[in-house]
Design a protein around this ligand. Structure first.
Ligand SMILES: [Zn+2]
Length: 236
């Protein structure tokens, strides 16, 4: 019986290590997602600023086209001067040309404002692009480190599984099945120590008579509260 208890304790130690490694591996995608947040935010900001700059460029082009059209209009109007008959017609014509020229100056001013805004905004875009690059580099370093750790853990898991197989095969089937049920109901702990008449699995007191039995180590004893298999540990 003492030998069985020893084997169950060893099995629990291996399973604890297996569960720890699996938990680490399972958490990897979540951890990458968390670290990914600043990159996502920087990319979204970059996209927003890019779209704004593209809109400004379109607006600038529209204004430039308008400028061209008005210049054409003035050129044609000037070409018609020779056809004008009266002074009144001539004055009206000049006024029309002057109005177009004023419109040109106003549009040129608007283009300048757009260009100044774009210059600042393009600098901003470059800065954000730099931040995206930095965040990408950081994430890659982090991801690579994790991948190396996971690979190491996977390797260790293989070794632990092999070790576990031999040990599990040496435990009586019914006891093993009970152990496996307890492992899942007991949050990964099926076998736990009892010290100073207390179960370290659930921290409840163990009745003195049961504790005496446990010390003898002649039978498999479960905690009356959490049902975990107990082994005796020296008082501290
Ligand atoms: Zn207990």
């Amino acid at each position: 019986m003492k030998d069985l208890i020893t084997r169950l304790v060893s099995l629990q130690q291996i399973d604890t290590r297996i569960l720890e490694k699996r938990a680490f591996i399972d958490k990897v995608p979540g951890r990458i997602n968390e670290v990914d947040e600043p990159l996502k935010a920087a990319k979204a900001e970059l996209e927003r600023v890019k779209q704004k700059n593209e809109a400004s460029a379109r607006k600038k082009k529209e204004k430039e086209q308008l400028l061209e059209e008005i210049n054409d209009k003035i050129k044609k109007a000037k070409g018609r001067i020779a056809d004008l008959k009266t002074n009144k017609e001539y004055q009206a014509h000049l006024k029309e040309i002057e109005a177009s020229e004023r419109e040109i100056r106003s549009i040129e001013d608007q283009i300048l404002v757009i260009m100044e805004e774009m210059e600042k905004s393009l600098q901003n875009q470059q800065q954000i692009a730099g931040r995206v690059k930095t965040e990408e580099d950081n994430l890659n370093v982090f991801r690579k480190g994790l991948e190396e750790e996971v690979a190491q853990y996977e390797k260790e898991l293989e070794g632990l599984k092999a070790e576990r197989g031999d040990l599990a095969a040496s435990v009586d089937r019914d006891v093993y099945n009970a152990y496996m049920t307890l492992l899942s109901t007991g949050n990964g702990v099926a076998v736990t120590s009892a010290r100073n008449e207390i179960c370290t699995g659930c921290n409840m007191n163990i009745p003195p008579q049961l504790f005496v039995e446990l010390r003898k180590g002649e039978e498999l004893i479960q905690c009356p509260q959490c049902r975990r298999i107990l082994f005796y540990s020296e008082e501290q």
